[in-house]
Design a protein around this ligand. Sequence first.
Ligand SMILES: [Cu+2]
Length: 200
Amino acid sequence: MQQKLSRNVAVLMAVGVMSLGLAACSETEAPDCGALQVNDPWVRVAPQGARVMGAYFSLANDGDTRVVVNGVSSSQFDRAEMHETVVNDDGQASMQPLERVTVPAGETVDFKPGGRHVMLFTPSQAYAAGDQVELILSCGAQSAELPVAATVRAQEPGMQSQDDASMKDMKGMDHGEDGSSDAASDEAGAAAAEDAATAN
Ligand SMILES: [Cu+2]
């Protein structure tokens, strides 16, 4: 009797914990793209013949449920992935794929050069400044689609001239002054390396 009682208590507690967990999930995570807004989407112009491009934007969630972006695609590229550039203690940058990016309710998550970005692999044609690229973000358990119209451009929209490393890298890349990957940003260099590694 004693044993049975304690087992029942344990079962009740387990059920209680599970329902708490379920309630928390259903209340806070949108099954789709919720109230997510994509602001200032752009694709950085790349040197001729480049096989990878980077896309950037700001994700703003004005809703009261968190939104999980779990994929990205573009019919204008073979493949698209969400990445994060990480710089180690030696100053070396490398990229890690992001399976999902969570935008908490009321918050903003930026994709920008040197940080999170969308890597676009193998363009179906050459894209120049002013061209449009359509991305499709997929969100939530429903994999709901959120289309994003990005413009190809040399710099982040509204960006002021700044004396920081990423700006210098961008200028070197934009003007095609040097075709070597050293002149491109660490991010693009790493992307090219990754592209070369996966091409075969
Ligand atoms: Cu990348």
